[in-house]
Design a protein around this ligand. Sequence first.
Ligand code: AMP
Ligand code: ZN
Length: 460
Amino acid sequence: MTPLRLHNTMSGQLEEFLPIEPGHVRMYTCGPTVHDNAHIGNFRTFLFEDLLRRVLIQQGYRVMQVMNLTDVEDRIIKKAAEHGQTIDEFTERYIKAFFEDLDTLRIERAEHYPRATQHIFEMVSLIEVLNEKGHTYVTDGSTYFRIATFPRYGALAHLDVSGLKAGARVDVDDYGKDDPRDFVLWKARKPEEQSWETPLGAGRPGWHIECSAMSMKYLGESFDIHTGGVDNIFPHHENEIAQSEAATGKTFVRYWLHAQHLQDAVGEKMSKRLKNFTTLRDLIDEGYQPRAIRYALMTGAHYRSPLAFSPELLKAADSAIKRLNEFAVRLGSVMTDAEPPADIRVRWDDALKDDLNLPAAVGHLFEFIKAFNTALESGKARPDERAGAMAMLQHANRILDVIEFPEAVDAEVERLIAERQAARDRRDFARADEIRRQLLTMGIQLDDTRDGGTRWKRIR
Ligand code: AMP
Ligand code: ZN
């Protein structure tokens, strides 16, 4: 059997994936900074992580995934203060929106979503260990990590950090550093800012320490996979390695995986800073289907290639999904306990085991569908072959999660009709109308019969 191979940023190579504990994968995925709604660039990375998670599960692994919520950070503190709110009050709506967006995009939930503000103690303890081991210094009440004490610094980003000399200030905001490469672990309190009273003094944590403290709390000092977008490689992940390994003396993470960026139409990274971003909510308001957005971001390019976002990409996704749905309808009702044909299943699985090459896997799937359609048209597809094709579609959909199988649609329609009937019974006609409209957008038209029942039919 082909082994699962993943590209490890640390080695710059494809490596066979072998978890520390057989059968069990522990992975940490850097989560959103909850100062605003996430944009679809962020969701490209979160969908890559959903792909990784689903492939691991399909390979038979039990997965323990942790995604942090960065809820303490300069922009959050500033915006919360502007709104006259505490950090928790301010971030609440964005955390809620984030989980709604995950559901909209059918991103499977991680096992834990720890928040930085609820792990201050763990961060302080980790910084205290670094203090004891001589990796830190304090200037003006802030604690910094001294990079010179960690010779392996730069290994992940493949940087030659020796070129960055002390005194050549690269970050004008941090005056207190002995060396520009050093980074802050604990920031001294500023008068107008929310802060925590701790043995390190009053203040708040830096960003990087949050991920080291929370990942090790939930996954142990060494774990299997750590992911993020490529912008996380340096300095964020480089700093995480320095803090964690300096504290424990152990390898922090075995496999580092990074997703390339979603770009705008002219090839710039989509970002809040450049204001060239689109949110999921914008796209849905424009009438795009969440499934098409999911499909476009997942299959538009391999996760290690940049992807340019455009309306054409979404339209192509929409028609690909239609072809998949139509194929499911054509196969009709078939036995569900069949196995996919070995040939296509192996091609699909092998593409995914080749560093999660979903675009290639989808290419194989469409070749298969094309050939099978020809067989269907000429009446040559036997019932057992149709059942096998349906099984393949279901197998693929455990990763894609975009296909609407006819039975599932029927069940959903029946459920909505029952809910509409209940709404009418309690004279909630607004809700009843809303359901009728929702069904129309699904291509289902309702006819109320004289005996008080409801019939439905497909209008497209
Ligand atoms: P942030 O909320 O900025 O901390 O980002 C959350 C995640 O989204 C991180 O893993 C980033 O690397 C990732 N990310 C940010 N911008 C993009 C983009 N344009 N394309 C893909 N991933 C991105
Ligand atoms: Zn992180």
